[in-house]
Every structure is written in C-alpha cells, then in structure tokens.
Write a protein that binds this ligand. Sequence first.
Ligand SMILES: *Cc1c(COP(=O)(O)O)cnc(C)c1O
Ligand code: SF4
Length: 336
Amino acid sequence: MITASPHSRLSSAAAGWRELWRDAITDSGELLRAVGLGHRTDLLPADDAGFALRVPRGFVARMRRNDPTDPLLLQVLPQRAEHDQVEGYTADAVGDMASRAGQGFLHKYDGRALLIASGSCAVNCRYCFRRHFPYGEGIAAASQWRDALARLRADPSIRELILSGGDPLALATHKLNELGDGLVELPQVIRLRIHTRLPVVLPERIDDEFVSWLGALPLQKVVVLHANHANEFDAAVDAACARLKAAGATLLNQSVLLRGVNDDADALAALSERMFAAGVLPYYLHQLDRVQGAAHFEVNDSRALALMESLRARLPGYLVPRLVREVGGDTSKRPL
Ligand SMILES: *Cc1c(COP(=O)(O)O)cnc(C)c1O
Ligand code: SF4
C-alpha cells in the first residue's frame, strides 16, 4: 500500500519503496510549507548543523497541519539549538568506537553480536548518534558479509545476530538474502533481530519480496521498530506490522524519551496502546544518548522516573517499556 502525501511528485500507484525513499523531503522550507508553516520563517534553521534534513513524504503526511510543536515535525526539523555546546555531549556518546571489533561488527553483550549493516536511513532523526558516526567502510554488508560471518563462525557463544545501522532495511532484499544464506550454515545462531525504523517511516519497504524472504528464513525472528509517538502509526504502518507478523516475526518497539515529543504520561501511554493495536509490544524507552547537537531533547532522570511511575499506574505491565540508558563499557543497557 502506498501512502505518499498529496505533495508527492510521484504517482502513488506506481512507486516502489526505492522511489519513495528518493522522493523524501530534504529542504526545511519545503517541509514547513508541506505542513502549512511556510509563513513561519522564524522556524527556518540557519543550516542543518552538519546533518541533512531527510524525511519521507508519507511520514510528513502524519504531521499535524500548522503546528510547530507537532511531535513528528520536531523529530526531523533542524533547530538552531543543535549548535549549542553542552558539557557532556560528545560525538561518540555510547563508546561504539571502542568496542568495534572491525568492519561494522560490535560485540558488547554476551550472546549477541550487532552488525552495522548499513549507513543509510530513510529519515534523519535529529537526536540520533548517527549524525556523528563515521560509517565509511565499516559496513558489514561489504564483500558478501564475509567478515561478519567469519567472526560469527569463530565465536560459538553468539546465539543472536542483530542487524542495526543506519537502517538495515535500507539494504536490498537480495543483500539480506546473502546474509541469511550464510547464517543458516551457522547452527549456533538461532535468532535474527532487525532494528529498523523503516516499517514506521516508509512502510512500503515491507514489500512482497522482503516478506517472502523473512517468512522463509529458518531462524527465530525479532523485528524491533522505532516509533516515539502514537501519531507515527497509520493504516500503512499497521499493514506493514501485520505482514511482518505473518512472516513469523515477534514485533517490539524502542523509543527515545524526547523533550517536547513524548515526555508526558499521556503521550507515552497513547504510544504503548497504539503500538499494541498494531501488534507491537514496547521494549525499551531510551534515555537520550548524549550526542553533540541533541541536548535540547534531554529529559532529566528524575522526570523520566516519574513518567515511568505514572505509566506503571495506568497501563498493564506488558505495555510499560523498560527505561534504560546505554553506558559505554556496561555489559547490558543500564536500567534506570
Ligand atoms: C543495544 C545493543 C544490543 C542489544 O541489547 P539488548 O538489551 O539485547 O536489546 C546488542 N549489542 C549492542 C552493541 C548494543 O548496543
Ligand atoms: S539510526 Fe534510527 S534514529 Fe538514527 S537517524 Fe536512522 S532511523 Fe533515525
């Protein structure tokens, strides 16, 4: 199903996900005009602080018109505050550079290895550590995944392979298929987990070819989505989730706690309820990684804990995410 907004240059019936990806909005003025804020020149950022604006039109169509505080808009529109130098906010907030074993292969936690499968995303989220990540050659998909598969073969303790990025579903399905072929020859790897924002920001990515590949893969499958607000879900996202489930995947969601976007109990409760309606369970609610340029999104820990208290009081336990922070050198995400 195609949900290109009326502003798209594409005829929606004919467009595949690659075309929709390329048709994304990359200009602040155009984005503001698309949501009825073209007259608000005060909202135009002076520049993109070194991290390009990028947002698919289908996601823009879910933004409220004429509302500069829209929670989806705030996630993607560059802001002047990104230039603020704030102590403790650095380019490598989670210490990934230290744990890189090489070629996009991260082995920080027992039993799980994480591949930086791709450096691209369909959307550029302003709070993301990726704005500083030197992807360069460190992408695991290079050379038919040879390096990653060799590392997995050499370490039988790794039971689960996590595809992350960037967005791993930026890769063509035939590229994922190469990896799948290698994985099925490694009996110790029983589970494939895919961390992706694409089913939410570009649900057309979950196309027939991908779904039949995933469905046929003889592994346990987990897809961890990334949505931060209930408004990110619409009928096309519901359909993508249903297809993933039908292909045998367990669906989880991780969110980032973001000031002005989802830092109130009503918004977080609505998010949990909405994702559950799409067949998705909440997994993590992340405290922001302290990346340079994102400090204006920070919610302090005492407020975050109070929000969790209030969620526990009003939601069934299975709809309450775990509040965590990633701390370099820890053996797991750190619960707050
Ligand atoms: C977050 C992360 C994982 C997965 O952790 P879970 O708690 O199992 O979700 C694995 N490896 C790395 C490097 C990570 O950053
Ligand atoms: S890695 Fe995830 S959070 Fe970061 S820009 Fe890509 S989609 Fe957004």
